[in-house]
Design a binder for this molecule. Sequence first.
Ligand code: ZN
Length: 240
Amino acid sequence: MRLAVLSDIHANSVALDAVIASFDRVDAVWHLGDVVGYGPDPNGVIDRLQAIGASGVQGNHDAAAIGGAEIDWFNPVARTAMIWTRDEIDDASRAWLAELPVRRETADMTLVHGSPRDPTWEYVTSVEIARDNFAIIETTHALHGHTHRPIAYVERDGAVRPLTPDDGFTVSLDTGRAMLNPGSVGQPRDGSPEASYLVLDTGTRTCTWHRVPYDIGRVQAAMRTAGLPRSLVDRLTVGA
Ligand code: ZN
């Protein structure tokens, strides 16, 4: 079975369409939250995820979009976009977002947006934070997003090693325990503007990262039409 794992799509349906078009023998799709926020097409992204039967978890932007107090912690630009998003999403989208849990567990994977110990807010940005989270994960591995940067933390014999994946990078799930971050579909922040995701292959027991170019100008034009903040439009060009 091949599972595509997408995170931080952020209402960017142009990037999501390019990612879906790039799928190679994908049997199912998981998402790690922040489906909406920042981008111009929240209802369109939710429609697509429903159409492909994606299951996943709720991110901080998803919680804020349905009225959550998470918005109080947003910076001014994120807050402006979130107020727009709250007005834009329809009842069906609101209901779909409200039903997302903050954590899912399969036989050997924990799925969260932020981190296993704080699924909504914690950013896993260091070996130390990863080590603290390995200590409380009840499954072998975990999938997390939120930082918009693809990375793997691999733990073996008590040592945690960070691996920064390029396009096509593969890590074996039998190397040790792993915390795997697919990066962001809709607003990458690792210096590459290309959409990022990963594929888990339960047959070969591997995880492979993928980067996909998409029509950034098209989503930027939609953002301008929507009146979304200029800095959110500009950052898509540079992936930062
Ligand atoms: Zn995000």
